[in-house]
Ligand binder design. Structure first.
Ligand code: PRP
Length: 213
């Protein structure tokens, strides 16, 4: 089918929430589950094809047209600066991008050492404050960095705040609110417009209060 919509979904916590939302909107596919090791799944009528990728890779698949549509966190979109359309705030995976660390860590004189998975967001934030920083790019367990003296502060996602609390760290500054966005490849948005519109309308019907971006 030429007008199959290819949809990139983020593996993991956010992906589970997206599956539930798609199911409620009548857009799921049999066997679509985060636990499945099958990477590509089609809906019964072949109109939708889903595939699982690492959350940070969703915008890359969509920008380059390997997927028509995707679901990505605002954190990942801002970090990559992906050239895609943001169609809708899905209101899922709500959290905050924050500067965190031991109490008073921002008062430290000199260059601030910042550990993060989000170097572009962190750099923009501290540039805006005119603060000199040294970025230490890590890939996970960011909270360990100030505990072990690898960094002064971190820039990271805070959802419930449990990880910070359990490690005696605090939010020092809030940078951005984050939530998951439905995104589209720019060419697919034009050439598959009726299909994209039907999908967004079905999701909007479920979400009700969520506003388009
Ligand atoms: C994220 C984030 C924090 C934690 C915040 O990590 O990097 O560590 O969740 O959530 P909380 O405020 O509810 O505690 P994730 O679980 O994605 O794992 P990671 O350490 O591998 O990045």
């Amino acid at each position: 089918m030429t007008d199959t919509l290819d949809i990139a979904l983020p593996k993991g916590r956010l992906g589970e929430k997206v599956i539930r939302l798609l199911g409620e909107a009548g857009l799921g596919a049999a066997g679509l589950s985060g636990e499945s090791r099958r990477l590509v799944l089609e809906s019964g009528d072949g109109s939708l094809r889903f595939f699982w990728v690492k959350p940070a890779d969703v915008p890359i698949y969509v920008e380059r047209g390997a997927a028509d549509i995707g679901v990505a966190g605002r954190d990942v979109l801002l970090e990559l600066g992906a050239d895609v359309y943001e169609l809708m705030d899905l209101g899922l995976g709500r959290c905050r991008m924050c500067v965190a660390g031991p109490e008073g860590a921002l008062g430290r004189a000199g260059v601030l050492r910042v550990a993060t998975k989000f170097p572009a967001i962190a750099t923009r934030h501290f540039q805006g404050e005119g603060r000199a920083i040294d970025i230490i790019k890590l890939n996970g367990s960011i909270e360990l960095a100030p505990i072990l003296g690898l960094s002064d502060v971190i820039v990271d996602i805070v959802e419930t705040g449990t990880t910070l609390r359990e490690n005696e760290l605090v939010v020092l500054e809030e940078i951005l609110p984050i939530s998951a966005r439905l995104i589209a490849n720019k060419a697919a948005f034009r050439f598959k417009h009726p299909r994209v519109e039907a999908l967004t309308a079905a999701l909007a019907g479920i979400l009700g209060g969520e506003k388009p971006c």
